[in-house]
Each structure stands twice: as structure tokens, then as C-alpha cells.
Write a protein that binds this ligand. Structure first.
Ligand SMILES: [Zn+2]
Length: 335
């Protein structure tokens, strides 16, 4: 490694290729063509963007910028060079250098508030949040849910019911800017500098300050006046403690649902059990109270004549002879 200032740590996002965000430590004077060739995708299947613009050089990037690998519409070089058999992830790990000790907290904070937590793409309504206050582009989350590609940290999202639709107030003329949303009451920007919460039910997203500023009651939405309880309030991108509190509440509610289901299940098992006992009794009665009787013929050698084989073990032999007043039908052996 050369001089530290010549190194350029960057976040690499490639959501369309289905790989998680990476930190790469690049040499600042690395030609972009060389960088492209290091990436494990066919070279003419993608382009590299920063802030939505295609870049042609790495030298203009500041440390900890997020660069995004975007797929070209008609991907694949058609040269057979990519077999898709190799894991792209392991290539990236190969080129990823040791994580820098400090990640610029500003960059992480802003991206949390301006991009989809799943796809890392800029937030674009319709948006949804989960029960822990992560915010997503609805389409991306739905797609991942349908394709069963929900990453581990979001595995609590199991069905569309776990997604809460939210309404974000757009800042006029913010198209293309990093921060695009604001509090509808105070105008504070949705960029991580201020606390925001969403209300489950009406879906409005407001700054914590709006409640204080309006001296509003904490049980009705400041936008639509719809009543809500503390349990309907979901802090967005909260602190560790706030997330833990939300997680606790989520587990508790899931526990309640599970408990209900178990109850239903138990009663189901009970009735099945009763039926089972009844069936067994009926069988016993049918079988004359005893278990299945041993029959020697069941164990007869394959080539044995079953009748003859059975006669070795039994003293009697079933007979078709019927007793009439003229003769008694007796087993032959006793004659
Ligand atoms: Zn509301």
C-alpha cells in the first residue's frame, strides 16, 4: 500500500446484481477502465455512477462516496466470458481491502435517510417502513419478498402485512437532490439531522419537533388528526435503544399472535386425539379384543405350499365340509 492519502475508500453498491454494499479501498490514481476490469461482471454489462451521474474517473471522488454499479439494459457481453458459475461476492471480497477503522458517520447517516435500506437506491415513493423503522422503496421490498431474497437483517419482514405504507412530504423542486423529503409541519429536512416518526394507520411521517412546536396532543396525528396510540408510533432510523424498544414491541405482538395460534392448534390436537382413541377402540373390538393373531403361514418360506406349511403348526384345518344330520364334519386329523 502506498501513501494513505492516495487511497480512496468508497462504498460500492450493486443492487441490480444482488450483492450487498461493500467498502473498497482503491488507489486514487487507478484508471477507471482498470477498476471496471476488476469488477466481476462482464465489462460491457454495467456502468458506474456517482450521485446518479456516470463517472469516467475515480480522481474526483471524495473518500466514502457511494458509487453504484448499474446494469446496462442489454447486459452480457455475448462472448461467453461470463459463466455465472462463480460467486461474484467472493471476487469482491478478494478486492475489498481491510475496512477502514472509521466510516464517515455523516455519509452513513445521510444514506440511511435518503436511500432504500434494501436496494440502496434513492428513496422514491411509494415507500414503506418495517416495524423497526427502516425505510424502503415499496417495489424493491415487495420484489425481494416475492423472490424470497430478504436479507438476514430484515428477516422479520415475512409478508406484506409486515410492511407499513408511509407518506413522505416532498420538498418542492428537490428532484435529483440527495434530500428530497421534509416534515409537512416544520419543513425540517428528512436527512438524519432531526428525529422523525411514522404513524401506523394514517402513514404520516412527521418530525418529533412538530409535535412540540404545535404543542399538539401526542395521541392525534398533527397532519390528519387521526387518533393513534403509543404502539402506532414508529421512530424512523432510531437510535440503538429506540430500535431495541421497537423490536421488543414487535416480538411481544408476534408472541401474542403465536400464543393465539397455539391455542387453536392445541384444541385441534385434542379433538384429533379423541377421535384417534375412538378409532383404536373400534379396531380392538373388530379384532375380537385381541391384537393381531400370529399365523405361521405369514412366515412361510417363499417356495412353500402355504397350506402344507400351515398344517405343520396347526392341529386343525379349516374345512368346507358341513355337518348335516347324516354326518359330522370332523377335522381330518382327529379321524
Ligand atoms: Zn396522519
Amino acid at each position: 500500500m502506498g501513501d494513505a492519502s492516495a487511497m480512496l475508500p468508497v462504498f460500492l453498491a450493486a443492487p441490480e446484481f444482488g450483492i450487498p454494499m461493500k467498502i473498497l479501498n482503491l488507489s486514487r490514481d487507478l484508471p477507471i477502465s482498470h477498476f471496471r476490469s476488476l469488477l466481476p461482471f462482464p465489462t460491457n454489462s454495467f456502468y458506474i455512477t456517482f450521485n446518479g451521474k456516470v463517472i469516467s474517473s475515480l480522481s474526483d471522488l471524495i473518500p466514502f462516496s457511494t458509487i453504484t454499479v448499474r446494469a446496462r439494459l442489454h447486459g452480457g457481453g455475448g462472448d461467453g466470458g461470463s459463466t455465472c458459475a462463480e460467486s461474484r461476492d467472493c471476487y469482491l471480497n478478494m478486492y475489498a481491502e481491510k475496512k477502514p477503522d472509521k466510516v464517515d458517520p455523516n455519509e452513513t447517516r445521510i444514506s440511511k435517510w435518503t436511500t432504500c435500506a434494501l436496494s440502496a437506491e434513492p428513496l422514491a415513493p411509494p415507500c414503506v417502513i418495517d416495524r423497526l423503522g427502516n425505510i424502503f422503496n415499496k417495489e424493491k421490498l415487495l420484489q425481494a419478498l416475492l423472490e424470497k431474497k430478504i436479507p438476514n437483517q430484515f428477516r422479520h419482514i415475512k409478508r406484506t402485512k409486515d410492511m407499513i405504507s408511509v407518506t413522505l412530504e416532498e420538498i418542492n423542486g428537490s428532484e435529483g437532490h440527495e434530500t428530497r423529503f421534509q416534515c409537512p409541519i416544520t419543513g425540517l429536512e428528512f436527512n438524519g439531522k432531526y428525529g422523525f416518526f411514522a404513524i401506523k394507520g394514517c402513514g404520516h411521517v412527521v418530525s418529533t419537533k412538530s409535535v412540540k412546536e404545535l404543542k399538539a396532543s401526542t395521541s392525534a396525528c398533527v397532519v390528519c388528526n387521526k387518533k393513534f396510540t403509543e404502539a402506532d408510533k414508529i421512530v424512523i432510523n432510531g437510535s440503538d435503544e429506540e430500535i431495541e424498544a421497537l423490536r421488543g414491541r414487535m416480538e411481544e405482538e408476534k408472541g401474542r399472535v403465536r400464543h393465539k395460534k397455539e391455542k387453536i392448534n392445541l384444541s385441534g390436537v385434542k379433538s384429533v386425539g379423541d377421535g384417534g382413541v375412538e378409532k383404536i377402540r373400534k379396531k380392538e373390538i373388530d379384532a375380537g379384543g385381541g391384537s393381531k393373531r400370529f399365523k405361521a403361514v405369514d412366515n412361510a418360506p417363499l417356495n412353500a405350499n402355504k397350506k402344507v406349511y400351515a398344517s405343520i403348526f396347526t392341529s386343525s384345518k379349516k374345512t368346507d365340509l358341513k355337518e348335516t344330520y347324516m354326518c359330522r364334519s370332523l377335522p381330518l386329523a382327529r379321524n
